[in-house]
Write a protein that binds this ligand. Structure first.
Ligand code: HEC
Length: 131
């Protein structure tokens, strides 16, 4: 009879230890998942950096934030199809359209969305991207 009651305690100890291990793994995994969501150890969301000294990068970035809603990811609208721009316009033309916006030729195109530097960068980007 000696020793038999100890099995009960041993079983409780094993179950307890197993639970502790399992729970701490779950905790670690949850921390990883949360860090992944937050985008890094410091809790800072990952940020896309744009090289604003490169006109093509600045143009693309500005197009995506300011123009894509009307002219689309493929430059085919919903409004104002920009495909093949280089066949219709020079860079100067495009800069003027961007800066001056709507007129008799371009009703619906808003003026003054971006400054002159960004307009030039977008024009350069569009001439390449809409070929
Ligand atoms: C509110 C909607 C809207 C936004 C925002 C917008 N546009 Fe337009 N855009 C138009 C419309 C409408 C036209 C006229 C299309 C037409 O007449 O065929 C146009 C025309 C143009 C044209 C002349 C196209 C051609 O074939 O002659 C260019 C270039 C242009 N937009 C560039 C831009 C750029 C660059 C931006 C961002 C800075 C921008 N647009 C933002 C609506 C918009």
């Amino acid at each position: 009879m000696r020793g038999k009651p100890l099995y009960g305690y041993a079983a409780v100890a094993v179950v307890g230890l197993t639970l502790m291990l399992v729970l701490s793994f779950v905790g670690v995994n949850q921390k990883d998942a949360r860090l992944a969501l937050e985008g890094g150890e410091g809790g800072q969301p990952a940020q896309e950096t744009v090289d604003t000294t490169d006109p093509m990068a600045l143009g693309e970035q500005t197009y995506k934030t300011t123009c894509i809603g009307c002219h689309g990811g493929n430059f085919d609208g919903p409004m104002g199809n920009l495909q093949g721009l280089a066949d219709r316009h020079t860079k100067e033309d495009i800069v003027n359209i961007i800066l001056q916006g709507g007129g008799t030729d371009y009703p619906g195109m808003p003026a003054g969305l971006v400054d002159a530097e960004k307009a030039a960068a977008i024009a350069e980007y569009l001439l390449e991207a809409t070929k």
